[in-house]
Design a protein around this ligand. Structure first.
Ligand code: AR6
Length: 175
């Protein structure tokens, strides 16, 4: 029988910088000083204060997460996480990617963010194969949500920038 995912999980195709939600997750690099992809889009939309704040954080390890304000974004917070660069799969990439999702949810709990939007961490520039990364994202979040009451985390949105990513999520969620 197909696994039923937690009903707080939804998928949405679009730009994560446009969502009004408690926290959006940034797929950053370990400097936390900006980059391309979703990181670039978040910094552009948040404005220069985001970079100024990130400069005070001292970077972030792969698999870890740190929160900031969201400045000009419609969200309240940005949770910056650093996914693994995919190097063939034998360098603990799966554990590190799972750790990103786990640490982001832990940070969300710490800052009192009830609703959180994730991009498809590591599946762009960092080259993580999309089906594997999607399975890790969904299974990790689903497993952790089972231990968190609805009052603390009410909604997790997986934001898919393109149709290919949306299809990868829907394949696992609904088949
Ligand atoms: N909203 C939602 N998703 C987006 C957006 C957006 N506005 N823009 C891109 N994506 P990537 P990574 C998707 O490369 O692989 C940066 O330079 C994109 O289509 O942003 O973790 C950092 O500074 C893909 O599905 O992140 C790091 O150096 C997903 O976001 C490095 O890239 C992740 O793609 C991190 O690489």
């Amino acid at each position: 029988m197909a696994h039923r995912f937690d009903s707080r999980i939804t998928v949405w195709q679009g730009d994560i910088t446009t969502i009004k939600i408690n926290a959006i997750v940034n797929a950053a690099n370990s400097t936390l000083l900006g980059g391309g992809g979703v990181d670039g889009a978040i910094h552009r939309s948040a404005g220069p204060q985001l970079l100024e704040t990130c400069k005070t954080l001292g970077g972030c390890s792969t698999g870890d997460a740190k929160a900031t304000a969201a400045f000009r974004l419609p969200a309240d917070f940005v949770i910056h996480t650093v996914g693994p660069v995919y190097r063939g799969g034998a360098a603990e990439e799966a554990e590190k990617l799972a750790s990103c999702y786990r640490r982001c949810l832990e940070v969300a709990l710490e800052i009192g963010a009830h609703s959180i939007a994730f991009p498809a961490i590591s599946t762009g520039v960092y080259g993580y194969p999309l089906p594997d990364a999607t399975r890790i994202a969904l299974k990790t979040v689903d497993g952790i949500l089972a231990t968190i009451p609805n009052e603390r985390i009410s909604s997790v949105v997986f934001v898919c920038f393109d149709f290919k990513t949306l299809q990868a999520y829907e394949d696992i969620l609904y088949h």
